[in-house]
Write a protein that binds this ligand. Structure first.
Ligand code: WT7
Length: 642
């Protein structure tokens, strides 16, 4: 019989993996350099980040590296001028990367399109000219509701090139969600596609757009640019809707790049928080560029020969930073795949790695668990020998999944880099480097220049091995510059929870060696297959149903998705007149949630209740519901929950 002490030891992951000598010899950042980076970043963080900024081209250099006089409104590289697209695209057409592949795209049906840097440059310029002709100028917002197709990358870069701001709404969101984001952004133009292929089906996006634009405020989305992808018969409304290909035909392949101040916005990206409304995280041209470039070059160890396969949709921050900007800033080749990862069968991702000779595979724990379920025979069918690095992001990667990934995708030969970061951080913050000693299940140490800590509610560091709140004590260049139109929310949600630090919203522990282990969210935010969803947002959506009086949503563990939502609903008694039974009502609620938020909310169950447990001040006790659901003990803590 194991004693409690040995049981504890069994729960602690003790395996370590050392880097192969060749990896160390060839790494962009070798052990002595990494030690020096930590030393410099510790002694003089601004000097460290200044070095990183000097790796890029600027129209004008900064007056200072960091202006923290209005903290927490930090300004990186004030006085500097440039444009991220100059570094991501323009400069490549004057150097050897000109005719190198920038983008390899594979459609779900197996069709393939490739763009060299020069070709991508010309296409982006054409679209930049078209956007200018549509009246879009510096500072204007352009909303993107796009599937993973090459034109998505083109639209992002063209928008940024003319100094406008892209606001990406992931194509899995509903018409209602899209409409609200268009309204929030007062977007001038919406770029979309007729549809795309996923899971063997043709998904029509244009009908969602048409629905979203009914009732959009004022003159928002006056023009809709539609990329023809599926060739489906869609409703084109004149004069609002224009085909992308028609627009581009007469445009010049040369366009001037707008010179931006470093602090001017590059994009907004909606994400979930603890309130009923999503927030739009704002990133700028200067700091974000430095963060994306530096981390991609060092953590992903980019070499001229690398072919980077990032499975994230361009519509998420991972797609923005390490699917588009990071790869192009470093002159790498990136693979973008349109469809479902298991279509037509479970070897699709390995097949893509084999077909294009991918050297880096950046995926999510949900994908790893999906592949695990089908078994190693699928990756075994494919030649994965070109791979040299594996990456994971978005959710905790358990030691078991880590080992499977390492063994069956990485052939026990590739470091697994579990990178922790957020939409707000813009760049990887905690991560091993290729030369690091790896511990399965850990996201490694804080990267140089990143001042992470694990603290209690008062902000005091907790001892090694103990759980606490993950915070960041110093600003970093990739950081968001704020929440669009919500100064108060910015301070309140991130900078006032823990004195003197950025509150990430995660629970973590740090071991004796300084390795971090992420345990999950500390707030009421769910992580469904790596997608962040606020329980308050789902509850608000449920409450918009005609028969829902009250709703509470909790996260419950799921073998593949990591976590899924479960809803507890107090229904208006009149529901019995409209539905034959509770199952029918639940089915209607599911459909309702899909329409309100989109298919990204995965709901395990809907349970009808007479009442919901509440604190004395009336807040829903989600923790009590969760404890009951999981059969765990629960104790009411009036101090913590009021
Ligand atoms: C939240 C941020 C930026 C990547 C995509 C998600 C969770 C992120 C990890 C990781 C465990 C992780 C955290 C974080 N998360 N990376 N390696 N291990 N959890 O971006 O939608 O802004 O969500 O994702 O909970 O706070 P996001």
């Amino acid at each position: 019989m194991p004693t409690p002490a040995t049981l504890d030891a069994l729960l602690v992951e003790e395996r370590v993996f050392r880097p192969a000598p060749a990896t160390v010899i060839e790494a962009n950042v070798k052990p002595a350099e990494l030690a020096e980076a930590y030393r410099l970043a510790e002694a003089d963080p601004c000097a460290y980040w200044e070095q990183a900024a000097l790796e890029l081209e600027w129209h004008r250099k900064w007056d200072a590296v960091l202006d923290d006089s209005r903290a927490p409104h930090y300004r990186w590289f004030p006085g500097a001028r440039g444009n991220i697209v100059h570094n991501a695209l323009d400069r490549h057409v004057h150097i050897w990367t000109k005719n190198k592949l920038a983008l390899i795209w594979e459609g779900e049906a197996g069709d393939c399109r490739k763009f060299t840097y020069f070709e991508l440059y010309r296409e982006v310029n054409r679209f930049a000219c078209a956007l200018r002709a549509l009246g879009v100028s510096r500072g204007d917002r352009v909303c993107l509701y796009m599937p993973p197709v090459p034109e998505t990358v083109v639209a992002m870069l063209a928008t940024a090139k003319i100094g406008a701001v892209h606001v990406f709404v992931f194509a899995g969101y509903s018409a209602k969600f899209l409409r609200e984001r268009i309204n929030d952004a007062e977007a001038k133009v919406l770029v979309t596609a007729d549809g795309f292929y996923r899971g063997g089906r043709c998904i029509n996006l244009k009908t969602v757009v048409d629905e979203a634009l009914e009732g959009v405020r004022g003159d928002a989305a006056e023009t809709v640019v539609v990329v023809r992808r599926t060739g489906d018969d869609i409703d084109m409304r004149e004069p609002r809707d224009l085909y992308y290909h028609d627009l581009l035909r007469q445009e010049s392949p040369e366009a001037a790049t707008e010179i931006m101040e470093a602090g001017e916005p590059l994009f907004w990206l909606p994400t979930s928080g603890t309130t009923g409304r999503p927030k739009s995280v704002v990133h700028d041209h200067g700091g974000y560029m430095v963060g994306a470039h530096h981390t991609f070059r060092t953590v992903f160890d980019i070499k001229p020969t690398d072919i980077h396969f990032c499975t994230a949709d361009p519509g998420w921050i991972t797609g923005h930073t390490y699917g588009v900007y990071g790869p192009l800033l470093t002159g790498a080749t990136v693979i973008l795949y349109e469809g479902h990862p298991l279509y037509p069968q479970a070897d699709r991702l390995p097949a893509i790695i084999e077909r294009y000779g991918a050297t880096i595979f950046y995926a999510t724990p949900t994908l790893v668990r999906m592949l695990m379920r089908y078994g190693p025979q699928y990756p075994k069918k494919r030649d994965l020998s070109t791979l040299r690095l594996l990456g994971s992001v978005g959710e905790p990667l358990s030691p078991e999944a880590w080992m499977w990934f390492y063994k069956h995708i990485g052939r026990s030969n590739c470091p697994v880099l579990d990178t922790w970061w957020q939409t707000e951080t813009g760049m990887a913050m905690l991560s091993p480097m290729p030369i690091s000693v790896l511990k399965p299940g850990s996201v490694g140490k804080a990267l140089p220049g990143v001042a992470a800590d694990v603290v209690d509610a008062a902000g005091a560091p907790v001892p090694p091995g103990q759980g606490g709140f993950l915070v960041l004590r110093k600003p970093w260049p990739g950081m968001f510059s704020g929440l669009a139109g919500d100064e108060e929310g910015y301070r309140e949600a991130y900078w006032e929870k823990i004195p003197g630090a950025y509150f990430a919203g995660d629970v973590a522990r740090r071991d004796e060696d300084g390795y971090y282990w992420i345990q999950g969210r500390a707030d009421d935010v769910l992580n469904i297959a790596g997608h962040r969803l606020g329980t308050a947002e789902i509850e608000a959506a449920l409450c918009a149903h005609r028969f829902v009086a009250e709703a509470a949503v909790i996260g419950v563990p799921d073998k593949i998705k990591g976590e899924v939502a479960k809803a507890f609903v107090v229904a208006d008694p009149a529901w019995t007149g409209a539905f034959p039974d509770a199952d029918a009502l639940a089915a209607d609620l599911r459909g309702h949630l899909r329409r309100e938020l989109g298919p990204i909310v995965i709901l395990r169950g809907v349970e009808l209740r007479e009442t919901l447990p509440r604190t004395r001040s009336g807040k829903i006790l989600r923790r009590a519901l969760r404890a009951e659901e999981l059969g765990e003990p629960y104790e009411y803590r009036s101090d913590a929950e009021e």
